[in-house]
Design a protein around this ligand. Sequence first.
Ligand SMILES: *Cc1c(COP(=O)(O)O)cnc(C)c1O
Length: 411
Amino acid sequence: MTAHHDKNNNNKKQWQLATKVIHAGSGHDDPHGALASPLYQTSTFKFADADQGSARFAGEEAGYIYSRLGNPTTHELETRVAELEGYEAAAAAATGMGAIAACTMAFLRAGDHIVVSDAIYGCSFALFSELFERFGVHADFVDLNDTDALQQSLQDNTRLVFLETPANPHLKLVDIAAVSQVIAGRDIRLIVDNTFMTPLLQQPKQQGADLVVHSATKFLNGHGDVVAGIVCGSAEDIALIKGTTLKDMGATISPHDAWLILRGLKTLDVRMQRHCENAEKVADFLVQHPGVRKVYYPGLADHPHHHLIGTQMKHAGAVIALELEGDEAQARYFLNQLQMIPLAVSLGDAETLIQHPASMTHSPYTPEARQKAGITDTLVRIAVGLEAADDIIADLQQALTASQQRWQQTA
Ligand SMILES: *Cc1c(COP(=O)(O)O)cnc(C)c1O
């Protein structure tokens, strides 16, 4: 599957990420010389003869069989993202959760134990705390910045440590290298969910991650029209995932979605620059606004893990959480005043998106668990988009002003 352009590019390892988002990976071998990636929208592949069919099934001959097992468009995406993250291989999945389930379950059996960051995406939390428990895998949720607590949580049957940084809802950061040092020398894989950062802002492999997983629904695709996931790792680990959990549980990506993500990826570098610039401006606006009690953004000097910016991560990214003055009704009133910014979950899209974690993304939590996690009724999350920063700020400003007026009248 090597593309003809490979032979001219012996220096491709030196390419910068801005180039790699466009050129990295296997490329494609379209017989007509198409510039854009051909979309192999096919479920199955014809064998030239019976010998070829059996040879492919036996693994004696490379080549495609059936799209749940592999597809040329999907392969092009996998090789590109693997190279961006610095790994040998990748496996694309139908959703971020499909990738997370596939890359964890491939390494687990009943009786195993896993350690998970205490700040984690809601469905990852449900997968590890509820579903895994039913199959005899126990998860302990630990503050991974507390190396003593991490050390104490490790057992002889611990097989995985799973973390996400930055994480909802308060943009908590985890020092990946510190975690990796604690588990070094043990038979434990470190898996990092890099969705909020993308490989352009953070490459967890450099800090010792064995596998990196993404919801490609978010920044990687970037256009809000796909749900997908991808996991990157060693050739051996990815072959195992593809050959077991992905193949037999079947959360494989649609070639059409892989094609859309390849298209979205080309602009990842310019998009991330704009996302980050806009987020800084929005955070600076929010901190000085009297209607805002607290802003959670790793780029602000008062963020507890601000020191990881410039070392582990190139930039704080484009997701901001804020605590509004007032009560829940006030927060809901504020959200309803927004004119341009859509009220929607997800992140990494061209549109700035805003949502209310307590009643939306984190509503499956019990009220007690929400309180423990600091998810108050006045907490709002903004995924800063690509619009002109001034227009994003103007919309937030008018909604904050309107809701402050309401608050003063009711107080
Ligand atoms: C959205 C998200 C997921 C889940 O991805 P889907 O594509 O929605 O399945 C996992 N982790 C993080 C950090 C996310 O933001």
